[in-house]
Design a protein around this ligand. Structure first.
Ligand code: SAM
Length: 359
């Protein structure tokens, strides 16, 4: 058993009860959740300063992003993806920061596709560079994209991204992604009370019948810099009520176990919308996601305070089997269920920023 067991105490002082000797897929954590998805943050930088995610007062001109030698190389990312795939991961999402800002992102997509031909490979983007990159991303082997768009009202959107970026350019990006075949496209809208909650219906109407799926996301207490307050959260239940006041909808079954969005279909057959209720209806019980930060820390919860330093293992010359043993042991010991135990107190605790851990 000796070789596959990593001294997990070395990984930033976090300990795991029982290291695994011979991990085999599929494996599950202490709450019987498999390791199905991996989100990889490929950069901690973003060209937007969304007020609820990377507010300018924190991520200003003097903010120190990770230096280049601290971030995982493409080869290291592919190596980690292979190891996770060997432990049961079937879906990989590239995110950030803004993943399209990572130089050569198309090359990373091609490398991942070559290494893992059958994996479901997706990317979440603010859409600002999608018009320029959609075709190349598809050609490199990307399956789909999710585009974040918080409002169709230009003034509201420019204020929310806080860099004066226009709605029209994101819409062009969505069109380019559709033309390239990166479909079905999901459009994510974070709904914040008093900011964009009056634009829910417009958003639903704009994409109804297009094949794109709008998902309304509750404003979450990720990180420690976005001044989150429960009062600013519009519960998904309210969003569904608003939409059903305008269009006939009915609940639809999940596409697969662990799907985060609750699906609602238009009765006239013109598509569907989704709601993601991580604040008001915690879905920790079915959370099958691991997150790899830009600098190679493994996080087993979006709301975690600390990660496990897999980059250190790679750069210390550990072989794949040893790292696989470490990841398996970390997952086997996973017990987090933050959203189920959220209180005003935990919401105030210091957590990792979403731009770094990957949204
Ligand atoms: N830059 C890319 C983008 O804009 O989609 C990827 C990273 S971003 C962190 C991923 C997603 O997280 C976006 O849809 C964003 O709106 C969402 N997000 C960020 N902070 C959030 C928060 N506090 N609550 C809910 N969603 C949030």
């Amino acid at each position: 058993m000796a070789k596959t067991v990593i001294a997990l105490r070395d990984l930033r002082g976090l300990t795991i009860p029982e290291p695994l000797a011979a991990p085999s897929a599929p494996m599950a954590d202490r709450r019987a959740r498999p390791l199905h998805d991996l989100r990889i943050s490929v950069t901690d930088r973003c060209n937007f300063r969304c007020t609820y995610c990377m507010p300018k007062d924190v991520f200003g001109a003097d903010y120190e992003f990770l230096p280049h030698d601290e971030i995982l190389s493409f080869e290291e990312i592919v190596r980690m993806a292979r190891i996770f795939h060997g432990l049961g991961t079937e879906k990989i999402r590239l995110t950030g920061g803004e993943p399209l800002m990572r130089k050569g992102i198309e090359r990373l997509v091609a490398m991942l596709r070559e290494a893992l031909p059958a994996v479901d490979l997706t990317l979440t983007t603010n859409g600002s560079a999608l018009k320029a990159k959609a075709r190349a991303l598809k050609a490199a082997g990307l399956d789909r994209v999710t585009v974040s768009l918080d409002s169709l009202d230009d003034a509201t959107f420019r204020a929310m991204n806080d860099v004066d970026f226009p709605v029209a350019k994101v819409l062009e990006g969505i069109d380019a992604a559709a033309d390239a075949g990166l479909a079905p496209i999901k459009v994510n809208m974070v709904v914040k009370r008093g900011v964009n909650d009056r634009q829910v219906i417009d958003m639903a109407r704009r994409f109804k019948g297009t094949g794109h799926i709008v998902r309304f996301i509750e404003f979450m207490d990720v990180g420690s810099t976005n001044h989150w307050r429960m009062d600013d959260v519009i519960p998904s239940e309210q969003v569904v009520r608003l939409i059903s006041g305008q269009f006939a909808i009915e609940p639809a079954n999940a596409n697969y176990a662990g799907e985060v969005a609750e699906r609602w279909k238009y009765l006239d057959g013109s598509g569907e919308v989704g709601v993601i209720s991580s604040v008001t209806q915690a879905f920790c019980g079915t959370c099958t996601r691991a997150r790899l930060s830009t600098d190679g820390q493994l996080f087993t919860c979006l709301f975690a305070q600390r990660g496990y330093d897999l980059k250190a293992l790679m750069r210390a010359g550990r072989d794949d089997e040893e790292i696989r043993g470490a990841v398996a042991a970390i997952w086997a010991g996973r017990n987090d269920h933050y959203s189920e135990i959220r209180t005003a107190e935990t919401a105030r605790s210091r957590k990792i920023e979403m731009s770094y851990i990957g949204g």
